[in-house]
Design a protein around this ligand. Sequence first.
Ligand code: FES
Length: 138
Amino acid sequence: MYSEKVMEHFRNPRNVGEIENADGIGEVGNAQCGDIMKIYLKIENDIIEDVKFKTYGCGSAIASSSMATELIKGKSIKEAVELTNKAVVEALDGLPPVKVHCSVLAEDAIKSALYDYAQKNDIEIEGLENFEPREHEH
Ligand code: FES
């Protein structure tokens, strides 16, 4: 049911943890399953110098966060904004249809961390003009 890559990232997730004095923090939750994902970004000169995550959620959410952080590390803000959950799923060699929403959490958490960065620095990030940080329910 799960690809080798999903299993591998689930067992051995990359970039777990938090960043002290992060430049941007994003937290999103899925109201239906109750899972929560938090992303920390270190940004210098428009480049994602470092990224860490904490996910309280299912295996697919952990694998998605791990893969998503790998995909944006060292990339520009622009590239990080453009990361879609579809790209995350593809990089994981697929997720079962009922688990695709878990990868959406990763996309949203990254966008919300970038949005936080933009707010803190009073800048606008192209592609996030209409982003509305979603409230999560505890
Ligand atoms: Fe909720 Fe996977 S079941 S994020």
